[in-house]
Design a protein around this ligand. Structure first.
Ligand SMILES: *Cc1c(COP(=O)(O)O)cnc(C)c1O
Length: 382
């Protein structure tokens, strides 16, 4: 645990330990898959596939400290983290209540895979909070939500969900990828388990795939058991890259927050942008909740361009600094159209009903100079 140290210190140092004389300041990458075993030892072997080698373990401990969790485990991807956390909670015949505002991959995992295990799912629109309670039935075991959400950057009020979870003894799992533990720590707000795609802000450099789960020690022990059996351990080099990213997490997120706010404020004044989705703007439906629970409003901005697909394609093809690519949270600004990426499985009508008709683009503000991001958006949209 980080004790009373701040998140920036924890992101740099992890769990503070006495450094041996002449030891390297930068953590070594221990890339070895296997380790010399004492003859006759019945202790657990050291094997990278079991996720118990030095580089893998250290990054898990650092992430636990950042979330304020008893324990955490770093795994091979955000999808692996989501899958393992749910497999650890749910049994055949169980029922899961899930927010309707979730990552497309998560939705497919629930619909195509959890259903195969005989796990039933009820989706709830968080803007109808009375439905959390109404959806509880015999066999309901857990509630899953994502906050802030993709792609409209809605920020959920966990209070009504927590009340129901407590009353019925349900586990609350939260995917907090869009905030990172710098902006939001779900466990401090009553969640039982945090899931994150470390591919995003934790790594932050668009050069590794990883995920993590944090929670109680007994829960993480079960996730670790499943990680071994389902083969989802993180590669040591990817773990090292995530740790390297983590060292600058706090300063990067500060800049992502500043750039997100600057871009959103500028965008709100442009006639060709018909709507801006950013929780730091007073016009955002969750501004009050966001201001009370988030440490910063983040780098993700949703822009609705007037003129539909044609306008969006013209805009994207003229960008020079901002890169047209899926994924998010890298040091470089990235932009994509959810209609072709995260929400490709929905019809245009369904996407409209959810609030992002064709012409919507999702911008992940990087850590470049805000004026350069804005100038690029301006020249492309003019
Ligand atoms: C990207 C993402 C995931 C999946 O993570 P991968 O590392 O790509 O497997 C899950 N949840 C959210 C919110 C994401 O943005």
């Amino acid at each position: 645990m980080s004790g009373k140290r701040g998140p920036s210190t924890t992101a740099v140092h992890g769990v503070i330990h006495r450094r041996a004389e002449w030891s390297p300041v930068a953590p070594a990458i221990v890339q070895s898959a296997t380790y010399v075993n004492p003859v006759g030892s019945d202790e657990h072997i050291l094997y990278a596939g079991d996720g118990n080698t030095p580089t893998q373990v250290a990054v898990g401990q650092k992430y636990a400290a950042l979330e304020g969790a008893e324990a955490a485990v770093m795994v091979g991807s955000g999808m692996a983290a989501t899958a393992l956390a749910h497999l650890a909670v749910l049994r055949p015949g169980d029922h899961l209540i899930a927010s309707r505002w979730i990552y497309g991959g998560t939705q497919r995992l629930f619909d195509e895979e959890l259903a195969r295990f005989g796990i039933a799912i009820t989706y709830v629109s968080p803007d109808e909070p009375r439905l959390w309670r109404k959806s509880v039935r015999k066999g309901t075991r857990a509630v899953f939500v994502e906050t802030p959400t993709n792609p409209l950057i809605r920020v959920l009020d966990l209070e009504p969900i927590l009340k129901v979870a407590k009353e019925f003894g349900l586990a609350l799992l939260v995917d907090g990828t869009f905030a990172s533990p710098i902006n939001f720590r779900p466990l401090e707000h009553g969640a039982d388990i945090v899931i994150t795609s470390a591919t995003k802000y934790l790594n932050g450099h668009s050069d590794a795939i990883a995920g993590a789960v944090a929670g109680s020690a007994s829960f993480i022990e079960e996730v670790t058991r499943l990680m071994r059996l389902w083969g989802q351990a993180i590669d040591p080099f990817a773990a090292w890259l995530v740790d390297r990213g983590l060292r600058t997490l706090a300063v990067r997120v500060e800049r992502h927050n500043a750039n997100g706010l600057a871009v959103a404020r500028w965008a709100a004044k442009q006639k060709w942008i018909t709507k801006v989705h950013y929780p730091g703007l007073e016009t955002h439906p969750d501004h009050a909740v966001a201001a009370s629970v988030l440490g910063g409003f983040g780098g993700m901005v949703g822009l609705q361009l007037g003129g539909g697909v044609a306008a969006a394609e013209r805009f994207l093809s003229r960008l020079r600094v901002v890169i047209h690519a899926p994924s998010l949270a890298g040091v470089e600004s990235l932009i994509s159209e959810p209609r072709l990426t995260s929400h490709v499985h929905l019809s245009p009508e369904q996407r409209s009903a959810l609030g992002f008709p064709d012409g919507f683009v999702r911008l992940s503000c990087g850590i470049e100079d805000a004026e350069d991001i804005i100038a690029d958006l301006e020249q492309a949209g003019r």
